[in-house]
Design a protein. Sequence first.
Length: 92
Amino acid sequence: QEEDVQDIKERFVSYFCCGYQLCLLLWRTLKRQSIIPRGDSFDRKHLLWTLLFLKLYNTNLVMADMCKCDVKTFRKQVWEGVEFLVALKEAS
């Protein structure tokens, strides 16, 4: 049981370059500071897509396939996520 939890944590870090707690803090900070506009379609999974893209920096076609969405959706959400992360950095 405990080994399974540790394995999940290691896999999360391997994919997203940060632990789930930091990822959750990042999401909450983006929301709390209103960097993500109210009503925007950007969701938690899109933050994960963004972090995965920044780590792998693969083509949109490959990344969209990995994230199981179409290329247009992937591109829109990920570049919006990158803009949100830049805005967060500039706000700090």
